[in-house]
Design a protein around this ligand. Structure first.
Ligand SMILES: NC(=O)c1ccc[n+]([C@@H]2O[C@H](COP(=O)([O-])OP(=O)(O)OC[C@H]3O[C@@H](n4cnc5c(N)ncnc54)[C@H](O)[C@@H]3O)[C@@H](O)[C@H]2O)c1
Length: 258
């Protein structure tokens, strides 16, 4: 149903948990995913998982916070494929549950800058370069990955005393929604769409205590499975969503609905 017909789809953070699932889903449905990630080990692991059956998946080790690296990458990709159909701004800094203190009062500016750089500045830099190509081709599709924490505050009772969800995560994820809406109106005249997906937390071997607590906050009483977002990603990447722009799709088991 969702034939992506060799669409050239760039995925930042494409070797991470959600990114690598998107790569597989897009590939299985006829698209050509272009994996952009700065972690070579994760890229190698993802490549291996395809057991060398890779025809139309491309991997690039690029740091999206570096303007020169991005410019080179986008020029290279465009020269090779002559078009870019879709960009998924997915790369982000996911704070570990066991990381050091994220208490607001002491939250370090170094960490704040790092997370803003990856989540927002990186998305800005790559989108600027991609959009130049999309404007020329008078067609394009941008998908921005936010979070349920892009529309609600974290419930800090979920976290241990010092390991709070950091302020930077809320700011980046709320920011992605504004970023996406701005692009939707700015780029509409060029037939370029921009939408946001707000996924809820994905089950990924989190500590049992955390899982039991978070389940109580979710009407469907479970965290997301990694495949829960396949349909939305296919819909957003495909022409079935051609009249959708500036929208925010929330898929969080109902967590933000109470
Ligand atoms: N995992 C969840 O439960 C969840 C829930 C809601 C939203 N999200 C969002 O989904 C997105 C993906 O999350 P994930 O869980 O897959 O995280 P992840 O950490 O598994 O993947 C993120 C990827 O981004 C890459 N990356 C980081 N900095 C980069 C940079 N400067 N340049 C290029 N690549 C870079 C990392 O190497 C990694 O592969 C994030 O934006 C996250 O906020 C995740």
């Amino acid at each position: 149903m969702f034939d992506l017909k060799s669409k050239i789809i760039l995925i930042t953070g494409g070797a991470g948990l959600l990114g690598s699932r998107m790569v597989k889903t897009i590939y299985k449905n006829g698209g050509s995913p272009i994996v952009i990630d700065n972690d070579q080990k994760k890229i190698d692991k993802l490549k291996k998982s395809f057991k060398n059956n890779i025809n139309s998946i491309y991997f690039y080790k690029v740091d999206i916070t570096k303007k020169n690296q991005i410019k080179n990458l986008i020029d290279k990709v465009h020269k090779k494929f002559k078009r870019i159909d879709c960009l998924i701004n997915n790369a982000g800094f996911n704070p570990k549950l066991t990381s050091k203190s994220n208490k607001f009062e002491n939250f370090s500016i170094k960490q704040w800058d790092k997370e803003i750089q990856i989540g927002l500045t990186g998305s800005l830099l790559i989108t600027q370069e991609v959009v130049k190509k999309m404007i020329n081709q008078k067609n394009g599709n941008i998908i921005n990955i936010s979070s349920d924490l892009g529309i609600i505050a974290p419930n800090q009772f979920l976290y241990e005393k010092n390991n709070k969800k950091p302020i930077s995560y809320s700011v980046v994820k709320h920011g992605m929604i504004g970023f996406s809406k701005y692009l939707a109106t700015y780029l509409a005249e060029y037939n370029i769409r921009s939408n946001t997906l707000c996924p809820g937390g994905i089950s990924n071997n989190q500590p049992k205590k955390f899982v039991n607590k978070i389940k109580k906050l979710i009407p469907l009483k479970r965290m997301a499975e990694i495949n829960d977002y396949d349909g939305i990603i296919l819909y957003l990447c495909s022409d079935y969503s051609s009249y959708m722009t500036g929208s925010t799709i929330v898929c969080d088991g109902g967590r933000s609905s109470w």
